[in-house]
Ligand binder design. Sequence first.
Ligand SMILES: [Zn+2]
Ligand SMILES: [Zn+2]
Length: 227
Amino acid sequence: MNRIGMSPSELDAIVVSHHHGDHGGGAGIASRRWDIPIHCNFTTASHLGLDPTGNVELFESLQRIELGEDMSLLPVPVPHSGAENVAFIASSGGQRAAVITDLGSSTEELANHLRGCTHISIESNYDIKRLWKGPYAESLKQRISANGGHLSNDQTGRLLADVVTEKTKSLVLTHLSQENNLPHLAESTVLYHIEEVFQGDIAISLQDGPEFTHWVGQSQLETGMLV
Ligand SMILES: [Zn+2]
Ligand SMILES: [Zn+2]
């Protein structure tokens, strides 16, 4: 937020997709500190130990969340083991933007909501070869690659090939694994699947901040900069 010149006190809402620490971990503290309402579903609220009488607005899947006069979010359920995770489709000014992370596979319902979105931010978590050859225990490798785990670069590319249209102006690939991925692999694999339909801008988001950089051809810069 510092980088874009915003203060937390300017936020109208904290929206939490699911309870895992890298997504909902600091939500309760931030909500209390800056008096910001948290929007999440019941399962996420209970896993995070949020006070039901506190500053919490519970939503149901596919029930629109109104935020301000011309902004709404639609939570769409996605498979992610041990969590009731949702993707968010934001609508404002007649355009839609999607934020999707932590899902082991796509659903027809999600694909239907993604078609026609102007912007899609989606995880591209691992390269399948790097995952299998990498240092993780077999059980963790199985969990990451299962239906309730994360999307590989190839799965993200295939999903995007199914939903990207001429209306899609920008894509951001997020949640890249430090052990099992590299930015240029994510970007090139996704582009391989969508290059015939996608004319917009593609970028990679890294953990340190909104470094929306094109990575193809810059592999020497990659070391040590991943999630
Ligand atoms: Zn998660
Ligand atoms: Zn995560």
